[in-house]
Design a protein around this ligand. Structure first.
Ligand SMILES: Nc1nc2c(ncn2[C@@H]2O[C@H](COP(=O)(O)OP(=O)(O)OP(=O)(O)O)[C@@H](O)[C@H]2O)c(=O)[nH]1
Ligand SMILES: [Mg+2]
Length: 360
């Protein structure tokens, strides 16, 4: 019982609190909490819609939280922000470590803000969150962009599963768009499956490469080239320029061997020097051409709709999975079944069947 109630003139007995006291005290608390959450949600949404970075950051933190209470509020915020989102261009950027992604994003971002755009930079990098790695964490290569009032840079969400990290980034995109950011840049390292996840949340996918290293050396899989709407050969400066020009010819030739894209856009190869901030404006012009092309043939809209369908299914899949694996009895039973498999005492299929039957 609260101090206030005890000292109240209405308070009659000093004995054990009556049931109704407890009920009313706890229900008051519940109502207060609900009101507070609602208030917070409204304040947050208003803040986001007015472009306040602190509100945006807080909302993204909510989205990234694994606390179910936060999840609920995050969903409410996103729902309110959704109608205000969408009027943006979403650009994915991938490339192996060291290719110059950070340097490029700084140059690209500054070019866009100089054109009056508002740029948000997000990242998808589940591996770095495990090793506390550095994707977008080191803002040193984006020193100027960090200081730019029209830019917002947010490191990758942490999380073990790519699906989880990708979902959080996707929701963060909506929040950034609601906050008035019209260009969203999403960075990922071209290893693992993260580039596929990023490809499924952007309008335009840019692959950064450098000349003079074979595909094996650059760790680039054929699939990434297939996803690219443009390949920018970075570090096309100094002694590297000649090799970069040659690489451009080679990539152009190679791209002809790929089947036509659904967007009916032929991927382009360009040269740039992120360090010297050269070739950046040409690349932006290329992106504008792409947008014009895909808006004219309606691919832009249908592609976003397809992405939304994909994310609906993906979200259900992720939720079902985590709901299953997070059940304490499943955790226990899974341990036992894994041991049985280790000792050759069951088969994977029998064990799976058993565990699936155990679920609530
Ligand atoms: N000569 C030259 N060097 C560049 C260029 N762009 C980046 N670099 C250099 O390449 C190195 C790696 O650049 P980053 O921008 O950190 O590369 P990254 O792809 O972000 O690397 P990770 O964050 O490790 O994945 C740095 O030393 C940059 O200065 C360029 O256009 N020309
Ligand atoms: Mg980097």
């Amino acid at each position: 019982m609260s101090k206030k109630l005890k000292s109240s003139a209405l308070h009659e007995t000093d004995g054990v609190s009556s049931q109704s006291d407890i009920t009313s005290a706890s229900s008051i608390k519940r109502i207060q909490e609900k009101r507070k959450a609602k208030l917070d949600t409204n304040i947050l949404v208003t803040g986001i819609l007015n472009g306040y970075i602190t509100a945006l950051s807080r909302a993204i933190t909510l989205v990234e939280s694994s606390n179910p209470k936060h999840l609920q509020q995050a969903n409410a915020v996103i729902k309110l922000c959704l109608p205000k989102a969408n009027k943006s261009v979403r650009i994915g950027i991938t490339g192996v470590p060291g290719v110059g992604k950070s340097t490029f994003i700084e140059a690209f971002g500054l070019h866009l803000t100089s054109l009056g755009k508002k740029v948000a930079v997000l990242a998808v990098d589940p591996s770095s969150s495990l090793s506390k790695g550095s994707i977008l964490g080191d803002k040193t290569r984006m020193e100027d962009l960090v200081k730019d009032d029209n830019a917002f840079i947010r490191p990758s969400a942490s999380g073990r599963s790519l699906g989880g990290v990708a979902r959080k980034t996707r929701e963060s995109i909506i929040l950034c768009e609601a906050a008035g950011f019209d260009t969203i840049v999403i960075e990922t390292v071209g290893v693992g499956q993260s580039e596929t996840a990023v490809h499924s949340m952007v309008d335009f996918f840019l692959l950064l490469k450098i000349a003079g290293a074979g595909d094996e050396l650059q760790g680039i899989k054929r699939g990434i080239i297939e996803m690219a709407d443009a390949i920018a050969i970075n570090k096309a400066d100094g002694e590297n320029l000649k090799a970069a020009k040659l690489a451009k010819v080679e990539f152009n030739r190679a791209l002809h061997l790929y089947p036509q894209k659904e967007s009916e856009w032929s991927p382009k190869v360009s040269l740039c020097s992120a360090l010297h901030r050269e070739g950046i404006d040409e690349l932006w012009v290329l992106i504008l051409e792409y947008l014009e092309h895909t808006k004219a043939n309606n691919y832009f809209e249908t592609h976003r709709t397809e992405q939304n369908k994909f994310w609906l299914l993906q979200t259900i899949e992720d939720r079902l999975k985590s709901d299953f694996f997070n059940q304490p009895k499943i955790k226990e039973a899974l341990k036992t079944q894994l041991q049985l498999i280790e000792h050759g005492e069951t088969t994977p299929f029998v064990a799976a069947e058993y565990l699936l039957r155990l679920k609530n």
